[in-house]
Write a protein that binds this ligand. Sequence first.
Ligand SMILES: [Zn+2]
Length: 471
Amino acid sequence: MLTSAILASIAFCFPQAGTIPPAASPAQAPNVQAIVGANLIDGTGSKPLLSSVIVVVDGRIQAIGKLDGNKTVTLTGEPLSIPAGAHRLFAKNKWIIPGLIDSHVHIDEVLDPAEFTQYGVTCVRDVGSRLSSIQKLRKRASSDPRVPQVLWMGRNIDEGKASWWGAVAAKNTADVPRVIDEMERQGVDGVKLYVNAGPSVTTEVIKQAHDRGWPVTAHLGKTTPLHAVLAGIDNLEHVSTLFLQFAPAANKSTDADSWYKGYASAAGANPHSPEALALLKFMARRGTIVTPTLISSTLPVLGKAAADDAYGDWAEISDAWRTDWARPYWDFMKTKGWKRSQIENAKLAIWNYNDYVHQIIKNGVPVIAGTDTPAPWVLPGASLLVELEMLVKAGMSPLEAIHSATGRPATLMHRDDEFGIIAPGRVADFVILNGNPLTRFSDIHRIAGVYRSGNKVPKSSVAVQRTESKR
Ligand SMILES: [Zn+2]
């Protein structure tokens, strides 16, 4: 029921380079490009600018204008001259959106980060990988447009005992400064609390992170959503964790048994209860942002058939990923050994998660798109497009869905002066589409070209092998 309902409209192959010539390689003279005639969705949530003109100099957006007949003019109608020697890319009838941001990724577990950009994801927010992995990725990203840039939330912050290899623990509230100082030395862009963090450590981490100007998110377990929201948290991961507020047994730890318990609890919960709706009204007032990660609640349970349906003929599930997900490492997110009744219960929970995301949208709680890549069947890059489709199916407007993966996460991370929107001064990360995603959202798959820092991302194979043991 769910897969066909949620993931129905998949129709187009991943396109070849088509009419768009490759960007010039970096040179001594300024590299000037003008993208002429595309309809522009700028990532701020504003209405599109039809027949736009975008001038890019040395990988940054210099000016935005529009076509007036066959003249190029500024947005106020003054003449806009495109510098001589500019490489002109005519993109009439195409649509252009900012490079997409996946706000929930585990880079340490990704086979090849170049897979993200093949589907328009030019930036990922990592939520728990090692510093060395982040440094390696940033080094590659500085010279290779196929590699996304990365924002890093540091290792997850637990309390008492780290609950997995991606976490560190503060012994207690007094130990929080040590943990936060270490994160500062490592150069995090924000921090993420994890399931073992209790209320007082949560409050202290939020306070100390905010003192340093960092945003804070959490995968909650021992602290209620309401407590975290009251303490001023910026962001909450996984719609499933919000159920802690009105289904108290949910989602306490990360082993396979508790993974099922989370579903069992959510299956019996009422996402329309007064407590459930009160939480959302409160979050809307405080502006607390949710990263629902619907896809990672869905595909690991529904498995291959649902994944084939979701990715259709536009994304490739490589053999390398099938092999990787078959490893026992991923057993904690598999339904192996579940009874039929347990699967049915999990489907009911998934229904409730979607229902609650619908309430989240309706109540004006801000959302950013994230996937939990690479959970089983959650592909780098392609999964973000599926997540966006799921958000649209849950009631989000296409414009707002694009905002949730562009300008809004960039603003949350205090980086919207740098990327996430298409505006003067920003890095020229963008995706050109062969269709209008505002009228038919599945046109988000019809990618004509992906650009990172003004360089066209070459199409590459996603059939990669794990080359080193990450754990
Ligand atoms: Zn995660």
